[in-house]
Design a protein around this ligand. Sequence first.
Ligand SMILES: Cc1cc2nc3c(=O)[nH]c(=O)nc-3n(C[C@H](O)[C@H](O)[C@H](O)COP(=O)(O)OP(=O)(O)OC[C@H]3O[C@@H](n4cnc5c(N)ncnc54)[C@H](O)[C@@H]3O)c2cc1C
Length: 444
Amino acid sequence: MRAIVVGAGLAGLSAVESLAARGVDVRLVEAGRRFGGRARTVHDRFAHGQYAESGAEWVDTVHHRMHALMDRFGVNTLGPGLEWTTIRRWLFWDARLYTASDMVSLDPHVFEQVEHYEATVDSHAVDLPDAARPTSHPRATDLDGLSLADAMRECRLGEAASLFAQRNSEGEFASDPSRVSLLFVAQQRAQEAEAARELGVDVLAHRVDGGVSRIASAWGEWLLRRPRITVDFERSVIAVDQDADGVRVELADGETLAADVLVLATSLVPLRRLAWRCALPNDLHRALHGLGYGTITKTAVQFDRREWEPGYGTTSSISQRLYDCSVDQGGSSGIVMSYCGGDGGRQLGEVSEDERVGLIEADMRRVHGIETSRLGAFSRCWSVEPHFGGAYAVYEPGQVTAYWDVLRRPFGRIHLAGEHVATCTGYMEGAVESGRTVAERITA
Ligand SMILES: Cc1cc2nc3c(=O)[nH]c(=O)nc-3n(C[C@H](O)[C@H](O)[C@H](O)COP(=O)(O)OP(=O)(O)OC[C@H]3O[C@@H](n4cnc5c(N)ncnc54)[C@H](O)[C@@H]3O)c2cc1C
């Protein structure tokens, strides 16, 4: 059997390895020049050997496929790990910086409200019998009709708690709360809880020593040395076709490749621009064009000295969330990251990278009173990157029941892989999972 896999992100690499291991000849076609896709560490903008992640940053303790890959390629995690509840270390609100202890002066009920809201949202996960099948939830249709914004209203959050909930949605789902299905959130919480139970671990997030790109490059280089695998870089797929005899893929440079099966391991956004020579079934067409994508703009600025509050904080300003992403790297200089999601992230994408850096650097200085000089910076807005078109998939209200199963079924000889069709959607772990699922299905 011959397969074409499009996209050398973690989903593509995973599909290639699993297919080749089952005796399939695989051709991997990638539009860019590197392995890893949205796993993309930036080194060359910073001094003193420091680095920052422009895409994926954390590997959770429950991401066992990622940990197995890291062990295999000798890549370590960094630091003691972050519990997501510790992200509210400080708050920049109305031009004032509040620490956790004086945030209650802003609103004495802020933490109770946030905890009540999170418990309310999490409670829906308990009734989901199988996290891989969110439509099996007894109240699937009702929950899918609701959004995180509905949960915020139900919990009657005050202003400060609303800001935390808003930023949480923009951070975790890269989207405004009104565009995140409550059934999707229940599915995400259930799959995480299931994994934590099975592995017997607490959920902690770790950064990766040397950056996440190391995992993808080591894996890609290893695959290049294996039999049955060919890799083409800087070749974009622009059209696909299939019939009873096989699949055909047209590349931007005019060549057409043929195989028995095709795995499209890219985000759905670039697939919307392909010429589909074989008509897509209506439900798949709707799902492929309709699935929500959040966006994130990450802007990292390296300063000569670490003149800021430690820990992870929330702002009511343009930066949304600020943290020292180089905290585990040592050294006297340090890198502050702004993690700006949803509409705020999208708006930042409307100006040039230099302007984004200027705006965010000014905000970082205002928030923390930083006076020391800037050594380096980058800003990446994922919705304006043509081969990605967003940060990761977010199932919007109504979309889990309408699209979940449709996107996970093959269409003739064509299979979709990528974080958007995983159980662990939105994560590198999901990308790896999806590649293996597709390979097993193809060779079953
Ligand atoms: C800002 C941000 C923060 C994140 N944080 C985390 C995190 O902390 N932890 C975590 O686990 N995950 C995180 N993620 C998510 C994670 O990065 C993704 O889930 C994962 O990397 C997706 O992998 P993939 O293989 O599905 O897709 P991609 O990585 O998008 O790979 C697809 C590949 O297809 C290529 N391609 C696209 N179109 C074509 C075409 N027409 N022809 C040929 N090739 C094409 C692209 O160039 C790309 O290399 C984050 C993502 C972003 C953007």
